[in-house]
Write a protein that binds this ligand. Structure first.
Ligand SMILES: *[C@@H]1O[C@H](CO)[C@@H](O)[C@H](O)[C@H]1NC(C)=O
Ligand SMILES: *[C@@H]1O[C@H](CO)[C@@H](O)[C@H](O)[C@H]1NC(C)=O
Ligand SMILES: *[C@@H]1O[C@H](CO)[C@@H](O)[C@H](O)[C@H]1NC(C)=O
Ligand SMILES: *[C@@H]1O[C@H](CO)[C@@H](O)[C@H](O)[C@H]1NC(C)=O
Length: 603
């Protein structure tokens, strides 16, 4: 008997009506109701019914209305349409002539889209694509299919990119999708340096540009970007837009620009020179610079107020590495949620690569794939969770140094696997705007397992191994991109190959590394002004070939090996307390020679 009574026909087990009901029953006990409160709910009932209704529709059975849009004719059941769409419900239950009409023509929606939406009403399935979303959303709005509308908005939000966010913002505005509108707006503000380069920005109206650049939340590394944006917007249609220059300059916070930039760039700009109102803004900025610091704060002017962008949550991304062989795995650490998770794997195995964040993309440059040193480069886009390949370097390089300076990616030294046991001194540079690599001046020393960092517009190459003298290096050299020259600076206090090199508050750190078999836990820091190295606290673990990155004012050292094991642990340095702290959670695998970068957490 239990078989039949317990779970007849696979229905869910007997459930009491609801928590609220039971609660109500407790407050006001009603004998007869509590006795009946045990109901059986068949969760698949509605689904089955709709399936049958849809089959009836496809056979034109029991249909009582014909919906026509353009050339498309759809037979359907009034009650089904009315049950799911408030628009049809009003139409069929109201006093209008449509309530009785056998055939109804829908204007403002194309036939294919209407047919998709009626399919949705019967099946609850909808396919949103880049191609159809722009017609689907307005049509769903018309039929008041709010769930479909939401799916469209979610889809558009997932597609936000510097090249389309302004278009999506305008679309959201027209269709009163308030949440999407504010998401797209925030996205445009947060990615302004990339957004301003695009066609969408250049095609904005004057009012739209004013509204965007007047926002306190605009994320720009420097006000220069805003000035450049204004100039390029005017120049895009100079004849028609010239007269708007003064209006726009009202929103450029010129006083916040460095004096040199004002004199060398702003004053030289003919758009400024030719208009007295614009010149007045420049004079205002110059005057501001002449004031003593304590008096500057007293000025209340919208142009002297620093912008206050929302700082986005960050993630740390750990790319490839060896564990113990070259791996494809990529894992991320979410600083806010404090957990690790895996993301899309590298297209091929890679360790000993150079990894950097440039313009929001994570570049994995060269490295070793388990059998060969490679020249290939893969780029990860966090918002799309995908890797793509770009132009390869000219030379094969593993254990190279990689860094970004002036929007150029430098690949420095390393080992090509063929030059007999010696490191490379050559350096090449990638320009993402042209997708091209070219050589710059080589270092003075061959360096594999070199660590690099950028301070004050210069690139530092720290330690490494030269192969020729069979020695780990304590020497350090600096590259000046203006003169295209490398020169030596002060040596570290000790030889370090495979040191973790990173920059925190304008100082260059060299953490761990090794000299022969000796793996270090000591750390030293270089002050550019004094050209001196100074010892700071040791790490908790000896590490070489670790990944390094800086985030939220802390220097993170990730994995590496201690001479016998690959490490899964991560530790970070706080300069204010001169202390290293282990992250409470390890990576999923011990890895050395992994690359690390920090990116905005995809929303
Ligand atoms: C400068 O621009 C303002 C605002 O567009 C305009 O009113 C003014 O005539 C211009 N002045 C000159 C000298 O072109
Ligand atoms: C490494 O790269 C080379 C050249 O592209 C390829 O032939 C080889 O199969 C790769 N090895 C591994 C282990 O992926
Ligand atoms: C470097 O040292 C100088 C002199 O001691 C000091 O004033 C400066 O703050 C240091 N630089 C950094 C970035 O800490
Ligand atoms: C992290 O890994 C290290 C070994 O690398 C181990 O000693 C430590 O217990 C691990 N910590 C956690 C929290 O799992």
């Amino acid at each position: 008997s239990t078989g039949m009574q317990g779970k007849p026909f696979g229905f869910s087990t007997c459930v009491c009506r609801s928590i609220e009901f039971s609660f109500q029953a407790l407050v006001e006990p009603k004998k007869e109701e509590t006795d009946q409160a045990c109901l059986t709910v068949n969760p698949s009932h509605m689904k089955k019914a709709f399936k049958v209704m849809n089959e009836l529709r496809s056979k034109c059975l029991l249909c009582d209305v014909t919906i026509v849009a353009e050339e498309v004719v759809i037979e359907a059941h009034r009650v089904v349409l009315a049950a799911c769409s408030p628009y049809f419900c009003a139409m069929f239950t109201g006093d209008m002539c449509e309530s009785k009409a056998k055939k109804i023509e829908i204007k403002d929606v194309d036939g294919q889209t209407l047919s998709k939406l009626i399919d949705y009403i019967y099946t609850a399935e909808i396919g949103v694509t880049e191609e159809n979303v722009q017609v689907l959303l307005p049509a769903a709005s018309l039929l008041q299919l709010m769930d479909v509308r939401q799916v469209c908005c979610d889809f558009l939000q997932s597609q936000l990119h510097p090249t389309n966010c302004l278009g999506i913002r305008a679309f959201a505005d027209v269709h009163t999708c308030t949440e999407l509108l504010s998401q797209a707006n925030a996205y445009a503000e947060q990615h302004f340096p990339e957004v301003m380069l695009g066609e969408e920005f250049l095609s904005l109206s004057l009012d739209q540009v004013c509204s965007l650049i007047s926002s306190d939340k605009l994320t720009v590394s420097s006000e220069e970007k805003v000035f450049e944006a204004v100039v390029s917007w005017i120049k895009y249609d100079k004849e028609a837009r010239l007269e708007h220059m003064a209006k726009l300059m009202e929103y450029v916070r010129l006083p916040l620009l460095p004096r040199e930039y004002l004199v060398q760039t702003v004053e030289e700009e003919t758009l400024i020179k030719n208009n007295n109102t614009c010149k007045d803004f420049l004079i205002e900025a110059m005057k501001y610079h002449l004031l003593p610091l304590d008096q500057r704060q007293l000025i209340k002017n919208p142009r002297t107020k620093p912008r206050t962008p929302v700082s986005l949550p960050k993630i740390m991304i750990v790319v490839g590495g060896q564990a113990p062989k070259a791996i494809r795995s990529v894992e991320c650490y979410d600083f806010k949620e404090e957990h690790w998770y895996q993301v899309a794997e590298l297209p091929s195995r890679r360790c000993r690569a150079g990894v950097v964040n440039m313009a929001g993309g994570v570049y994995a440059v060269g490295g070793f794939n388990g059998s060969l040193r490679v020249r290939t480069v893969d780029v990860y886009e966090a918002t799309k969770n995908q890797w793509i390949s770009i132009a390869p370097m000219q030379e094969r390089r593993s254990t190279l140094g990689a860094a970004v300076l002036n929007e150029l990616l430098y690949a420095i030294g390393g080992f090509d696997g063929s030059t007999v046991q010696t490191g490379l001194s050559s350096v090449e540079v990638y320009n993402y705007k042209t997708n091209e690599w070219s050589f710059v001046a080589p270092m003075n020393t061959r360096r594999s397992s070199v660590g690099v960092g950028v301070v004050d517009g210069k690139l530092f190459a720290v330690g490494g191994y030269d192969g020729a003298s069979r020695q780990c290096l304590s020497t350090v050299e600096v590259f000046n991109p203006i003169t295209n020259e490398w020169s030596y600076v002060a040596d570290m206090s000790t030889r370090r190959s495979g040191a973790g090199v990173g920059v925190l508050s304008g100082q260059l750190y060299a953490a761990g590394g090794h000299d022969g078999p000796l793996v270090r836990k000591s750390v030293e820091v270089y002050n550019v002004t004094t050209n001196t190295w100074k010892q700071v606290s040791d790490m908790n673990m000896c590490r070489r070939n670790a990944g390094v990155c800086t985030v939220n004012g802390l220097l993170f050292v990730v994995g590496g090996d201690d001479g016998s094991c690959n490490l899964a642990s991560v530790e970070y340095y706080n300069a204010a307390t001169d202390k290293w702290t282990l992250l409470p959670i390890n990576m999923s695998t011990g890895r050395s020679y992994a690359g690390v970068a920090v990116v905005d957490k995809p929303s």
